[in-house]
Design a protein around this ligand. Structure first.
Ligand SMILES: Nc1ncnc2c1ncn2[C@@H]1O[C@H](COP(=O)(O)OP(=O)(O)OP(=O)(O)O)[C@@H](O)[C@H]1O
Length: 550
């Protein structure tokens, strides 16, 4: 519940529309109850007329028509305003989430896998945006309509007011609270189980080819089936809680009705009310319980909304990997990139870089090699300020990176990593990610420098060719070159290349390095690689060992 309150300011932003939706839903409900009551009164009174009593049918028949009309209009308006506000809330929620997520990327917590993140960005936000429509709205309506009906009973049938008020309070508040208490754990587990299920699906889809080739599909299918069963069992448990809640509400409605009938018969006998009013009150009582059934159905969703809110707030609670300076210093026009006696350790692990220093002059090309896992990519992460060292300083032109805005640093350094993606889009759009305002001539120039222009020219749709998921319509070497062309297209004077030839055969690899040597003229290059480099690829070669460069 506390987590849900975090989103109160977002709900408050839409308070006008949400209040209007609530008012319209109240009018819908009240006119429904009044319609039922008036009809009961009308029918009973008309029946009694045939027994010889005089009755003016025009007033009630006009009321029935009027109330039906009001009900239809109010319901239409409520749907229109409510859903419009909900959609706006959805976009507010996504804005809130993205604003918090981006500064935290890449997430340091490796347990937060892609499937789980996708789940938080989609299902959890969806669960939350309907919190008002499915939970808060009906609850407020129950309190107001129940209060109004209790007052009416207090005037016409005082003996029935207290039992009715108690039954409605139990049905509208007691039952949902009990449901939340009983179903909270299952609601939270169910949201987590659905996220787990999505992770299984994503892992299965992305790793399908390997799973088939390694004969591991059976085990994956078994794990998926288990996750599915777990999720289904939790949903069943939630369903049972909802059903029991529904039953409790029906019993309370029956008790309230029986109590009103009993009090009504006593009052009728005493002559304090007449038959038509009694029929109206009985039907009014019945109609007012409609809203409590709504609450029961929505309480299950509310428990899920609470769990979703907790998961979203957990993202917000993650500390950002770096703190942006409040008043960033201007980016220096040029100058050397320097790492000075850097010490860096991942949380809970021994230092991976310890006393490391490096100075790369403008236009210099440096290669860094070393055994797998000894911190080469980590060094590039520090240069991009995706993390800060525990001690030592990283600087550009003598200016400490911690005093520069991240977007300035990233405009200064382009990264081509071993898993830089080819997006499912045209070649043109894939390139424009490097520089959005690049003209066609510049695109061809970048492709030329990455030695991919001949291949693209030979494609029937040229730059407009759609390249598939993970660049599957390109060979591995072509996909790497497309990513290189994208990095070359950017105006960044510094290129960071992390294992750019990973997964390429030796010939393609050599060709790629020759491209780097010729295509990056004038730029500073820091190349992390295990591969043997053709002569002339770089000016300097360093080895990272025991946390220092040698
Ligand atoms: N986010 C992280 N959290 C915890 N440990 C990490 C994280 N990223 C990397 N590591 C660990 O830090 C060490 C250095 O990783 P890094 O990727 O920098 O090595 P590398 O030299 O680039 O390896 P490779 O040559 O295999 O790409 C590894 O042991 C790795 O498991």
């Amino acid at each position: 519940m506390k987590a849900l309150l975090t989103f109160l300011p977002l709900f408050r932003q839409r308070s006008g529309a949400l209040a209007l939706a609530l008012l319209l839903s109240l009018i819908t409900l009240a006119s429904g109850v009044a319609l039922l009551g008036t009809s009961g009164w009308f029918i009973t009174a008309t029946a009694l007329t045939t027994l010889g009593l005089g009755f003016n049918i025009f007033v009630p028949s006009a009321m029935v028509r009027g109330l039906s009309f009001v009900r239809i209009l109010a319901r239409y308006g409520e749907r229109l305003v409510g859903h419009n506000a909900t959609l706006k809330l959805l976009s507010d929620l996504r804005g809130w989430l993205f604003a918090r997520l981006f500064p935290r990327l890449p997430l340091p917590d490796r347990s937060l896998r892609h499937g789980d993140l996708v789940s938080r960005l989609t299902a959890d936000v969806d669960a939350l945006d309907t919190a008002f429509l499915v939970a808060i709205g009906p609850l407020a309506a129950a309190i107001l309509v129940g209060g109004a009906m209790t007052t009416i009973l207090g005037v016409f049938l005082p003996a029935a007011a207290l039992p009715y008020g108690l039954a409605l309070a139990l049905a509208g508040l007691g039952v949902p609270v009990a449901m939340v208490l009983i179903g909270r754990r299952a609601g939270r587990d169910s949201v987590a189980a659905q996220a787990d299920l999505r992770m299984h699906v994503l892992d299965g889809v992305t790793g399908h080819a390997d799973l088939v080739l390694l004969g591991a599909l059976g085990r994956t299918a078994h794990d998926f089936a288990q996750a599915n069963d777990h999720s289904a069992a939790l949903r069943r448990r939630l369903g049972l809680v909802t059903t029991m809640g529904g039953l409790a509400v029906q019993v309370l409605a029956a008790l309230a009705l029986a109590g009103t009938l009993w009090a009504g018969l006593v009052a009728l006998d005493a002559g304090s009310i007449d038959g038509p009013v009694m029929a109206a009150l009985l039907l009014g009582v019945l109609g007012s319980f409609e809203v409590t059934s709504l609450i029961v159905r929505s309480t299950a969703k509310a428990t899920q909304a609470m769990a979703a809110a907790e998961r979203l707030v957990a993202l917000d609670d993650m500390p950002p990997p770096v703190i942006e300076p409040v008043h960033p210093a201007p980016l220096p026009a040029g100058g050397a990139i320097a790492l000075d006696t850097i010490r860096f350790a991942y949380p809970g692990l021994p230092a991976i870089l310890d006393g490391l220093s490096l100075r790369v002059a403008p236009g210099e090309r440096v290669a860094i090699t070393g055994a797998s896992g000894n911190g080469k990519s980590t060094l590039l992460r520090l240069l991009l300020r995706l993390a800060d060292p525990q001690s030592g300083q990283v600087s550009i032109g003598g200016i400490d990176l911690t005093t520069l805005a991240s977007h300035d640093i990233h405009a200064h350094m382009a990264l081509l990593s071993q898993d830089s993606p080819v997006f499912i889009d045209t070649i043109c759009n894939n390139l424009l990610i490097g520089r959005a305002d690049a003209g066609e001539a510049e695109l061809w120039d970048a492709l030329g420098r990455a030695q991919l222009d001949d291949h693209v020219r030979a494609l029937p749709k040229g730059l407009d060719t759609i390249v598939g998921e993970a660049g599957r319509t390109l060979s591995a070497g072509q996909a790497r070159r497309l990513c290189l062309a994208r990095a070359l297209l950017s105006n960044a004077p510094v290129l960071l290349l992390d294992e750019p030839t990973n997964a390429l055969d030796r010939d393609t690899e050599e060709a790629f390095f020759r491209v780097i040597a010729s295509g990056t003229a004038g730029r500073t290059v820091i190349l992390v690689t295990h591969a043997a480099l053709p002569p002339g690829t770089v000016d300097r070669m360093l080895v990272l060992e025991n946390g220092v460069l040698g």
